[in-house]
Ligand binder design. Structure first.
Ligand SMILES: O=C([O-])C(=O)C[C@H](O)[C@@H](O)C(=O)[O-]
Ligand SMILES: [Mg+2]
Length: 432
């Protein structure tokens, strides 16, 4: 195989992948969720893959970059970022917002953050191709792994058994709508994947019901690290009441309140560590949040922070400021999980088990599903990311995207909720 590392072609494949009816403060997951698969093919015939959000705004930003990138080398990741800044163009105004992203629950949606979420998939694809060409894993290109396995926590969701009208795929899970249901879910996740810590997605029911679920978890799994994440659904007063009631059971309380100001006021009045993937999701938000000691843990995410290398830079900033690091996830397929695992492998100060939605994803576009062992994922030493694209599955999930009339091409948890409850409105934050 030729070692010509010039990019000959970029392929963009939007897909719709099955997603179970997981509840959050804004609504419920759609039966299918959009993802974008990026392939970078070198002149030497090597293909690298990346994955990111597949909503329309991201596809629009990815298209001009895919056209402009051929001719560049997969080793020129700095050049990729420069090029993206020049050619991606402004994100559609309707996609940009300086308030919490109602559908994705992942903080502000600045134009730069949207672009970085797109560039991140390209960066991963380039690093995958470069690693394959050199016969080296991506972690070697990032400085080398500092751990052989990465620990993940079991991500617990209030959920229904099926989507309204039986839409989507049956994933074989029971409904979980109360403490007993959440404990049963945790037991099954622990049995099947070995998770040793758990995070409960909150903001769904009044806080008292969710603190009861955390107490039930603490009883069922004594001493295990537990987290609760209501995605900013609580006022400062409610956050402090919850911290007071169950703080002793928590490893951290994640985004109890939705802004730096509210988080700082909560943090000033409790010893319970606060974590975020909502009020610090861009480099621009760091100075104020850190100066006000609003958070003790940042959940990085190589998608919206702009790729593996930016994630490493974020980790360095956190280390300097004595702020802990964890990792956030969103509905993701095996390519993104493999990328996350490679990044997590090189970050020395990864202080907490990472989040992952992967156990909820019954479909994939890689040939061999990644498997957790004892709640951890071994760091692959195979060239690149260590995963192979399953072209048949990719084509099938792309056909689903093509067949969709547009109703599912943008994740909208509130709209999905209205199928069950026509009167449902996007919830105000804070809600309780
Ligand atoms: O930690 C978080 O905030 C998330 O994982 C955000 C996600 O959008 C989550 O709320 C979900 O999947 O419903
Ligand atoms: Mg969160």
């Amino acid at each position: 195989m030729s070692q010509d590392l010039t990019i000959g072609e970029i392929r963009l494949t939007p897909v719709l992948t099955a997603d179970p009816p997981l509840l959050n403060t804004q609504g419920v997951h759609q039966p299918y969720t959009p993802r974008l698969i990026v392939e970078a093919v070198t002149a030497g015939g090597i293909t690298g893959v990346g994955e990111t959000y597949g909503d329309t705004a991201y596809l629009r930003l990815a298209a001009p970059l895919a056209v402009a990138l051929p001719g560049h080398r997969v080793s020129d990741v700095n050049g990729l970022h420069d090029l993206a800044a020049r050619v991606c163009g402004p994100a559609p105004e309707s996609a940009v917002s300086s308030s919490v992203d109602a559908s994705g629950l992942r903080g502000v949606r600045t134009a730069e953050k949207l672009r970085l979420s797109v560039v991140s998939a390209f960066e991963v694809a380039l690093l995958d191709a470069f690693g394959k060409a050199l016969g080296l894993p991506v972690h070697a290109l990032l400085g080398g792994k500092v751990r052989d396995a990465v620990e993940y926590s079991g991500y617990l969701f209030y959920r229904w058994a099926r989507h309204p009208d039986g839409a989507g795929e049956d994933d074989g899970w029971e409904a979980a709508l109360d403490p007993a249901g959440i404990v049963a879910q945790a037991r099954r996740l622990a049995r099947e994947h070995g998770f040793r810590s758990f995070k409960l997605k909150g903001g769904v029911f009044p806080p008292g019901e969710e603190t009861a679920a955390v107490r039930a978890l603490a009883e069922a799994f004594p001493g295990r690290p537990l987290r609760l994440d209501p995605n900013g659904a609580w006022t400062v007063e409610t956050s402090l009441r919850v911290a007071d009631e169950i703080g002793g059971l928590l490893e951290y309380l994640e985004d109890p309140a939705g802004t730096v100001d509210r988080m700082a006021r909560v943090a000033a009045a409790t010893e319970v560590p606060l974590a975020t993937n909502m009020c610090v999701t861009t480099f621009a938000e760091i100075p104020e949040a850190f100066a006000r000691r609003a958070v003790r843990v940042v959940l990085s995410d190589h998608h919206y922070w702009g790729g593996p290398r930016n994630t490493r830079e974020l980790a360095a900033i956190c280390r300097i400021h004595g702020v802990g690091l964890s990792m956030h996830s969103n509905t993701h397929l095996g390519i993104s999980l493999a990328a996350m695992n490679q990044v997590a492998a090189v970050v020395p100060n990864l202080d907490h088990a990472c989040d992952t939605h992967y156990p909820w994803q019954t479909e994939d576009v890689i040939t061999e599903r990644l498997a957790f062992d004892g709640g951890s994922l071994t760091v692959s030493d195979r060239p690149g990311l260590g995963v192979e694209l399953d072209r048949e599955r990719l084509a099938a999930l792309h056909r689903r995207w093509l067949a969709d009339d547009g109703a599912l091409r943008d994740r909208d948890d509130a709209r999905a909720m209205r199928r069950a409850d026509p009167g449902w409105r996007t919830q105000p934050v804070p809600r309780w």
